[in-house]
Design a protein around this ligand. Structure first.
Ligand SMILES: [Mg+2]
Length: 279
């Protein structure tokens, strides 16, 4: 089956671009950082421009599993997460970094017991929404909506996280169906936006950035400059804006700055090819 590649690649690349753009000002106050419009080095991790963090690494782990196996395998995805933490699999550095607390605990549990459902209701970080794109595309293309919760539950077994994944997937459904969304952010202004790593505020802040701008570039600049968990707000906004505007709307200068662009292009091509074969 022929897939809408331009929009699907916009969703996938948007995640990576938002992560790379936002990571240099991660953990800063909302107005306590330089205004970001370009890919710049990240002092905290000592990385050059265009080096992705956990958001993209975990999304690559999901996509790589499907691309390699040609089918959805939850246990294999969980093993890829552990490979990322233990071996730096699909990290932009030789080692994994920027690892979320719930994810670190989950990977230890996966290694020790093989559990595929980890975390508690209090595990309400944004780890599942920041990496959502490949899970969303599998759920959508295969007609298996349960994949959304199953991949989320590997690290964040929480009702609230599931609800937030559903909220984001609903916005993406609408964007793919109509090119726009009627969803309204809980936040009416930049001042109201919460930039913490809470799953709910990450999606709502990203939605505010999408709805208060008219281009991919402007949406991402608005999102990451909220500071705080800037890379994950950027990764979520990048997914929404990529689904809305498509790959061609992502500035070339941002894409050109991404480390290992060809390798990522190849991974996404293999992922979408297997997805196309499966539907
Ligand atoms: Mg990150």
């Amino acid at each position: 089956m022929k897939l809408p590649r331009e929009k699907y690649l916009g969703l996938l690349w948007g995640l990576v671009v938002g992560d790379c753009l936002g990571s240099p000002i991660q953990f800063t106050g909302k107005d306590a950082h330089p205004h970001i419009t370009e890919m710049v080095p990240c002092k905290m991790f000592g990385t050059p421009p265009g080096y992705w963090t956990d958001d993209s690494s975990m999304a690559f782990c999901v996509a790589e599993s499907f691309a390699r196996l040609g089918r959805y395998d939850r246990a294999d995805i969980a093993r890829n997460f552990v490979r990322w933490i233990d071996e730096g699999f699909w990290s932009s550095l030789p080692n994994a970094f920027d690892i979320g607390g719930a994810t670190a605990l989950a990977c230890r549990e996966i290694s020790q017991s093989g559990s595929l459902e980890n975390g508690e209701e209090s595990s309400q970080g944004n780890g599942s929404v920041m990496r959502l794109a490949p899970s969303y595309l599998m759920a959508r293309a295969l007609g298996r909506p349960e994949i959304l919760h199953e991949v989320s539950d590997i690290t964040h077994r929480s009702r609230r996280v599931r609800e937030t994944v559903d909220r984001m997937a609903g916005v993406l459904d609408e964007l793919f169906a109509t090119g726009s969304t009627t969803a309204v952010s809980l936040y009416a202004s930049r001042k109201e936006c919460n930039n913490s790593g809470w799953c709910v505020s990450t999606v709502e802040s990203a939605l505010w950035a999408l709805n208060s701008t008219t281009s991919f570039e402007d949406a991402l600049v608005a999102a990451v400059n909220l500071g705080g968990d800037a890379d994950s707000i950027g990764a979520v906004c990048g997914q929404l804006a990529g689904a809305k505007y498509g790959l061609s709307a992502i500035p070339d200068r941002w894409l050109a700055a991404i480390k290992d662009r060809d390798r990522i292009d190849d991974l996404f091509a293999r992922f979408l090819a297997e997805l196309s074969n499966s539907v």
